[in-house]
Design a binder for this molecule. Structure first.
Ligand code: 6PG
Length: 476
């Protein structure tokens, strides 16, 4: 029997689907799982793809089944388990073999793992894979970090399994060591912001306009045909229109309002802070998930504080307001993406990756969770101006911000006056208003810092005088 060209360890949901995708695209693949039963079950259910799959019950058998130099995908829970798996694997590997971590790893772990193998004969690839179960099976978006040479060796297989946007495969080599996992982390951070903004708009429609889940579903369905067209809007419509089999009610009304999170959103915020780049949309989204999980505390607080005493939520023209909501969501989304790309641009300099912004936008156009038509517009904007300081000052996006920020302002104002929480939408407005204002208010902060700590300041006239005359008088 001919040897497999690639191996995969970890037959959980993502691993199984990725393995079937690889097999279906004509690549022979060896698979291994820690528990033998999972391997047997996977193989038994592989149907007509069995001929492309070599199920292995021991690591020795698995490694021997792959043609050297071997690319081996590790698709297991991120964290220590990956280090353990690598240690188990290493003694069986030989010169040129590549271990590919395809989980949602923290890029700092990826850098460490990459460095640890630097002087050995083995190499390491950190590979972000987005698209959930369905994406893994039929075409994910794939973000690769490692040496370019190691990427070239797996490029053919990865290209065959990646999602295609108008025939363009959504896979790319993005840079050395942790580049792929960093970009995947920011993808997830943007995903958090996108989801939170959608949830806030849903909240305005539900609690402000008192619409039913199905009615709100209709609104999202209509928006999905317009400029907001995206996978997340599409599934939001489906989610809102689904009925609970137990009660017949809308399933969303039966789901507890406590959001889970596994870490990538938080990592995005931490890294943005480390780099000194504002990512307020992602921050608001992570914080909103944290507040959501304090269900009991929130219920107790509602009893003590009550809901804001604002009376009925009123809008003069319902139809015009719903149109405002659509534009507000687009404006806020622009803010979140602009921030995500700004974080990647700073990280690229900090870690010496040379991240290709147009390519990142390109490979997010299909396959991944944040896929949308909007990403094609971002691709065009970055292709025209790859080194621009911020997406919102490119001509196309500046025009979009100017066109939609009025709606965002009206929606945020209405929500605030109506006592409805819109932290992510409001963060985008605050970001635009601060970023576009040449003269801000940090002069007072600098003065305060100098007052209490003699930290010094620069003057607007450039004069060489860096401390204040604190205590001197000035009449109002
Ligand atoms: C994707 C998703 C995927 C996963 C996240 C969800 O790109 O396919 O982002 O990676 O759904 O881990 O993260 P949370 O559990 O933190 O929401």
């Amino acid at each position: 029997m001919s040897q497999a060209e690639i191996g995969l360890i970890g037959l959980g949901v993502m691993g199984s689907n990725l393995a079937l995708n690889i097999a279906e695209k004509g690549n022979k693949i060896a698979v291994f799982n820690r528990t033998v039963e999972a391997t047997r079950k996977f193989y038994a259910e592989a149907g007509e793809l069995k001929g492309q799959i070599v199920p292995c019950e021991t690591i020795e058998e698995f490694v021997a089944a792959i043609r050297p130099p071997r690319p081996i995908i590790i698709m297991i829970r991120a964290g220590e388990a990956v280090d353990q798996q690598m240690e188990i694997l290493k003694p069986y590997l030989s010169k040129g073999d590549i271990m590919i971590d395809a989980g949602n790893a923290n890029f700092r772990d990826t850098m460490r793992r990459f460095d640890a193998l630097k002087d050995s004969e083995l190499t390491f690839i950190g590979m972000g894979v987005s698209g959930g179960e369905e994406g893994a099976r039929h075409g994910p978006s794939i973000m690769v970090g490692g040496t370019e040479e190691s990427y070239r060796r797996v490029e053919k297989v990865l290209t065959s399994i990646a999602a295609k946007y108008e025939n363009d495969p959504c896979v790319a080599w993005l840079g050395e060591n942790g580049a792929g996992h960093f970009v995947k982390t920011i993808h997830n951070g943007i995903e958090y912001a996108d989801m939170q903004m959608i949830a806030e708009i849903y909240g305005i429609l539900r609690d402000g306009l008192k619409m039913s889940a199905a009615e709100i579903g209709e609104v999202f369905g209509t928006w999905n045909k317009g400029r907001l067209n995206s996978y997340l809007i599409e599934i939001t419509e489906k989610v809102l229109k689904a009925a609970d089999p137990l009660t017949g009610k809308p399933i969303v009304d039966m789901i507890l309002d406590k959001a889970g999170q596994k870490g990538t959103g938080k990592w995005s915020v931490i890294e943005a802070q480390n780099l000194g780049i504002p990512a307020t949309g992602i921050e608001a989204a992570v914080a909103a998930r944290s507040i959501s999980s304090m269900k009991e505390e929130r219920e107790a607080a509602e009893k003590i504080l009550g809901l804001p005493p604002v009376g009925e939520f009123t809008v003069a023209d319902r139809e015009a307001f719903i149109e405002d909501l659509e534009n507000a969501l687009l404006a806020a989304k622009i803010g979140a993406y602009a921030q995500g790309f700004a974080v990647m641009s700073a990280a690229s300099k900090e870690f010496g990756w040379n991240l290709p912004m147009p390519t990142i936008a390109k490979i997010w156009r299909a396959g991944c969770i944040i896929r949308s038509q909007f990403l094609d517009e971002i691709t065009t904007a970055f292709t025209k101006a790859p080194d621009v300081a911020n997406l919102i000052v490119t001509p196309a996006f500046a025009a979009m911000v100017k066109e939609t920020d009025g709606a965002l302002r009206r929606v945020v104002s209405a929500a605030v006056l109506g006592g409805l929480p819109v932290p992510a939408l409001a963060s985008a407005l605050g970001y635009f208003d601060s970023y576009r204002r040449g003269r801000g208010t940090a002069n007072v902060i600098q003065a305060q810092r100098d007052f209490f700590g003699a930290h010094g300041f620069d003057r607007v006239d450039g004069a060489d005088s860096h401390h204040g005359p604190w205590g001197s008088g000035l009449n109002a």
